[in-house]
Design a protein around this ligand. Sequence first.
Ligand SMILES: [Zn+2]
Length: 54
Amino acid sequence: MQVKCTICGGTSDLTKAHKDYPKLAKNTNYTYICERCSIQVQAEMQKHQLFRKK
Ligand SMILES: [Zn+2]
């Protein structure tokens, strides 16, 4: 199944072994974020959390 990353727009081929496959198969509006972008998003969120604590 081909899915499009919401952030970078890159397409990935999801196999049934992928953790998000059941969600994406049921709901085509489910937002898929590729691994590269999810790492960036997590890093951004951590930065914000650190910033808020100050
Ligand atoms: Zn992406």
